[in-house]
Design a binder for this molecule. Sequence first.
Ligand SMILES: [Ca+2]
Ligand SMILES: [Ca+2]
Length: 313
Amino acid sequence: MFFRFFYIALMILTTSGFAQPKYKYHYTGSDGQRVYLPLGKISFADQVAHFRIGYPKPISIFRDSSQALYQPDYKGYNSPDFISLGCKGSIILKFTDNGFMNMKGYDLIVFEVGPSRERSLVEVSTDGRKWYTAGITEGGTSKLDFDDRQIDPNLIFYYVRIRDVKDECTGKSAGADIDAVAAINSVLKLTVNADVLFDVAEHKLKSSAKETLDSLAKAINVVGEATILIEGHTDSDGEEEYNMKLSENRCISVRRKLQKLLSNEGTYHFEIKPHGEFNPRVENNSEENKQINRRVEIMVLPPKDYFESIPDN
Ligand SMILES: [Ca+2]
Ligand SMILES: [Ca+2]
């Protein structure tokens, strides 16, 4: 899936105009830096997967690891609205209602707070097992561009690991002080089995698809403005050309329905990308596998004009 290139990919069929972005999702770091997060509040880390306190430890009020979740809320150094990692401490944060990718511009932001700027090593992972170095934060509100570390633009990440690199090992809040972590290039990937939406060889939505489509629209509606990329896949039964046309028609049906369901909601720009049988998830060698391959994937991405607003290197 060549997300990095999807704007120029030949198969993309673009529809509908796009209003100017409202750029309403701004967040401010403790150093006054204002950051725009294209997909808004879902962009923040949602769960603490692991926390290992460093030594020397911070004082006990600064040891609540859940303070690294959700939006930044630092009020001052005496208010425990952040987690101090302790010297060489580390935290793993999980993103549950969004993923993130290496796309144009900065990809991730760490809101580090407190009187001293403490550096930390940031790594990212798709599964919490294999880690990729994303960069070193300089302390304060730090943005990372995954391009600087040649991170594969096709991967969708769901984990961030932050490790204090031992600059400042004294004081009440030893180690980096993390208030919040957010994905700038957030994505939402929703996959639906095509059998739930369509009868065999049909592209008209089944009436029983209503519930699924309603819940898709509801999931999309948590972000106010986005590019919605609908990708259709078939199994390998039938001719390649026929399957391409079928997946295109199915993309169009899903787009039409979602446009209708979301028409009174936020600002969405729809794109479709039919794949036919060319991008199977698994080998088409059993009925079970073929069913896995018959699918519609919906990617909710930062709005196109956000990327257009970022200057090219
Ligand atoms: Ca989130
Ligand atoms: Ca990037």
